[in-house]
Design a binder for this molecule. Structure first.
Ligand code: G6Q
Length: 547
C-alpha cells in the first residue's frame, strides 16, 4: 500500500498511461462478469460503475489515496461534530439533521439531537396547520400559494425537492420560489397571487443577503398595499434563519420563525428548517421519509468498506478523471423530468464545496480540484449537447440517473425513456468502429468515394465513461438517499484534495462587491472611480437608463 498521499498520488499517475491504452469494450470482453463485480446497492440505489476506465489495480490505487488521506478518520470527525470547517471554525453536522431520535451528537459538548427535534416538530406543526387549513389568512380563507424567498442554499434545495416530489405534494398548495434580485422574478410571481391566500417564507441563514432582503421587502410592500394593512403581515410571513434579531426587526412574529445553527451550511440545509417549503408541500410523514433516506445513506457511507461504498467509489472515480485524465467537467444527466433541477442543485453542492485551490493548511493545492458540474434531463440533452459527449474532443464523464418505475405510467413513455437511458451509456462505451460504419454505409449502396468521405464523420471512438444510478421509483426516501450520496461524494473528494469543502469565501466576496457600487449608481452624475472598463459601463448605464 502507498501510505502517504504523495506516494499514493504518484502511484496513480504512474498507472494512468496503462489505462490510456485500454478500451472499455475490451474490458467488458475480457470480464464477462464485469457488471456483477462493479455494481452495488445501498439505501435503495443501484450504482453500476462498470462502464469506467478502471481495472482492479486502478481501484486499489484509488483506495490507497482514500486511506492515505485518512478518509475514515475524517468521516468520523464529521459525524462526531468536530470543527472540520476550519476557516469558519465550525462543525459540519447536516448528518445530525437526519439522525435517529435516539442518537446523541455532541457539538461543543451539547447534544444537538433534541434541539433539532424541537425545531423540526415546530416546523411540522406549522406546515400541518397550513396544509389542513387550520392556519388561515386575514380573510379566513385557507392558504393556496406558498412563496419561498431565498437564494443559493436557501432556495435550490427546497425548490429542487418540491419539484422532484410533485406527486407527493398537496394538490391544494402551489409552491413558488423567488431568488433573483432581478425585479422580474418577484413581479412575475406576485402577478398571479391573491394576498389573502398567500404565505411568504423568508429563508435566509444570515437574514442579510441583499437579494433575499430586497425581494422580501418588495413582497411585504405588495402585501400591505393589497391587503390594506400592515397588521396582517404577521399571519402571512414566516422566516427561516439563524439571525433572530434581524427577523424580529423585519417585523416577523417570532412564533413564525424557525431557526437553525451555524453548523448547517447553506447548501447542506434542505434537511433543516430551510426544508419548510418541502414539509408544506409533502407533509410531515413524507418529509421524515426524505430524512430517513438520507440517514440510510449516512449509515452506508459511515460503515461500508470503501470498496463497497457508493459515495466513496463515485468520489474516487471522479478523482481518476479529474486528476488522471485531466477532465474539466462532469455531467449529471437524470432521466426523470421530476429531477429537472437536480443538476443545478448538485452544481452548487459540488462547485461551492470543492471549487477551491488552497489546502486546509493554506498552501496551494498541487492537484486539480472540483470539476465544472453541469447537466440537464434526458432525453432533452440527447437532442442538444450529447453530440459533444459522443464525438467532441473533450472527455466528459457523466452520471446517468433513472427510476425503474414512472410515477406517470402513460403508454410506452417510460419504456422509451429507459431504452434511451440504456442505449446512451452503451453507445458511449462501445462507440462505432470504422468497419461498422462502412458496413452500414455499404448496405445503403453508398459509392466508395462517398463512403471514404462520410466514414470519418460517422465513427465514434467510444471509451467514454459513465456511472449509471438506478432506483425503483423517485419517492421522498430515494431523493433523500440520492442527495446524501452526492454530499458524501463531495466530502470524500474534498478530503482527498485536502481542501475545506464547507466554507464559501467566493460567495462572501460576491455579497460584498456590489455593496460598494450601489451608492455610485445614485443620481445622473458620471463616476470617476474604478478601472476604465467598469467606469465606462457604469456611466453608459447611467446615461442609457435616463434616455
Ligand atoms: C451555500 C452558500 C450560499 C448561501 C446563500 C444564501 O452554502 O453559503 O449559497 O446559501 O448565499 O445565504 P443566506 O441563507 O444567508 O441568505
Amino acid at each position: 500500500m502507498n501510505r502517504t498521499p504523495a506516494r499514493a498520488w504518484q502511484a496513480l499517475h504512474d498507472h494512468i498511461p496503462d489505462l490510456k491504452k485500454l478500451h472499455l469494450r475490451d474490458l467488458f470482453a475480457a470480464h464477462p462478469r464485469r457488471f456483477e463485480d462493479c455494481s452495488l446497492e445501498a439505501a435503495g440505489l443501484l450504482l453500476d460503475y462498470s462502464k469506467n476506465l478502471l481495472t482492479p489495480r486502478t481501484l486499489e490505487l484509488l483506495l490507497d489515496l482514500a486511506r492515505a488521506a485518512d478518509l475514515s478518520g475524517w468521516i468520523e470527525k464529521m459525524f462526531r461534530g468536530e470543527k472540520i470547517n476550519v476557516t469558519e471554525n465550525r462543525a459540519v453536522l447536516h448528518t445530525a439533521l437526519r439522525a435517529d431520535a435516539r442518537d446523541r451528537v455532541l457539538c461543543d459538548g451539547r447534544d444537538v439531537v433534541p434541539d433539532i427535534a424541537a425545531v423540526r416538530n415546530a416546523c411540522c406543526r406549522f406546515a400541518e396547520s397550513v396544509r389542513n387549513g387550520e392556519r388561515r389568512g386575514y380573510t379566513d380563507k385557507p392558504f393556496t400559494d406558498i412563496v419561498n424567498i431565498g437564494i443559493g442554499g436557501s432556495d435550490l434545495g427546497p425548490a429542487m425537492a418540491c419539484e422532484a416530489l410533485t406527486p407527493f405534494g398537496a394538490p391544494h398548495l402551489r409552491m413558488h420560489f423567488v431568488s433573483n434580485v432581478d425585479g422580474t422574478h418577484i413581479s412575475e410571481t406576485l402577478k398571479n397571487l391573491q394576498p389573502d391566500t398567500s404565505l411568504f417564507i423568508i429563508a435566509s441563514k444570515t437574514f442579510t443577503t441583499l437579494e433575499t432582503m430586497t425581494n422580501a421587502r418588495t413582497a411585504r410592500q405588495w402585501f400591505i398595499q393589497k391587503s390594506g394593512s400592515p397588521e396582517h403581515v404577521a399571519a402571512h410571513f414566516a422566516a427561516v434563519s439563524t439571525n433572530r434579531e434581524a427577523v424580529r426587526a423585519f417585523g416577523i412574529d417570532p412564533a413564525s420563525m424557525f431557526g437553525f445553527w451555524d453548523w448547517v451550511g447553506g447548501r447542506y440545509s434542505v434537511w433543516s428548517a430551510i426544508g419548510l417549503p418541502v414539509m408544506l408541500a409533502i407533509g410531515e410523514r413524507n418529509f421524515r421519509d426524505f430524512l430517513s433516506g438520507a440517514h440510510a445513506m449516512d449509515g452506508h457511507f459511515r460503515s461500508a468498506p470503501f470498496e463497497r461504498n457508493i459515495p466513496v467509489l463515485l468520489a474516487l472515480i471522479g478523482i481518476l478523471y479529474r486528476n488522471g485524465f485531466g477532465c474539466q467537467t462532469h455531467a449529471i444527466l437524470p432521466y426523470d423530468q421530476y429531477l429537472r433541477r437536480l443538476p443545478a442543485y448538485i452544481q452548487q453542492l459540488d462547485m461551492e464545496s470543492n471549487g477551491k485551490h488552497v489546502t486546509r493548511s493554506g498552501t496551494r493545492c498541487e492537484a486539480a480540484t472540483g470539476p465544472v458540474i453541469w447537466g440537464a434531463p434526458g432525453t432533452d440533452g440527447q437532442h442538444a449537447f450529447f453530440q459533444l459527449i459522443h464525438q467532441g474532443s473533450t472527455l466528459i464523464p457523466a452520471d446517468f440517473l433513472a427510476p425503474a418505475a414512472s410515477l406517470n405510467p402513460v403508454g410506452l413513455h417510460h419504456t422509451l425513456l429507459l431504452a434511451n437511458f440504456f442505449a446512451q451509456t452503451e453507445a458511449l462505451m462501445n462507440g462505432r468502429t470504422e468497419e461498422e460504419v462502412r458496413a452500414g454505409l455499404a448496405a445503403g449502396n453508398m459509392s466508395p468515394s462517398d463512403m471514404d468521405f462520410q466514414a470519418p464523420h460517422r465513427v465514434f471512438d467510444g471509451n467514454r465513461p459513465t456511472n449509471s444510478i438506478m432506483f425503483k421509483q423517485l419517492d421522498p426516501r430515494t431523493l433523500g438517499a440520492l442527495i446524501a450520496m452526492y454530499e458524501h461524494k463531495v466530502f470524500t473528494q474534498g478530503i482527498i484534495w485536502d481542501i475545506c469543502s464547507f466554507d464559501q469565501w467566493g460567495v462572501e466576496l460576491g455579497k460584498q462587491l456590489a455593496q460598494a457600487i450601489i451608492p455610485e449608481l445614485d443620481g445622473p452624475d458620471p463616476v470617476a472611480t474604478h478601472d476604465s472598463s467598469t467606469r465606462g459601463l457604469i456611466n453608459t448605464f447611467k446615461r442609457w437608463r435616463s434616455e
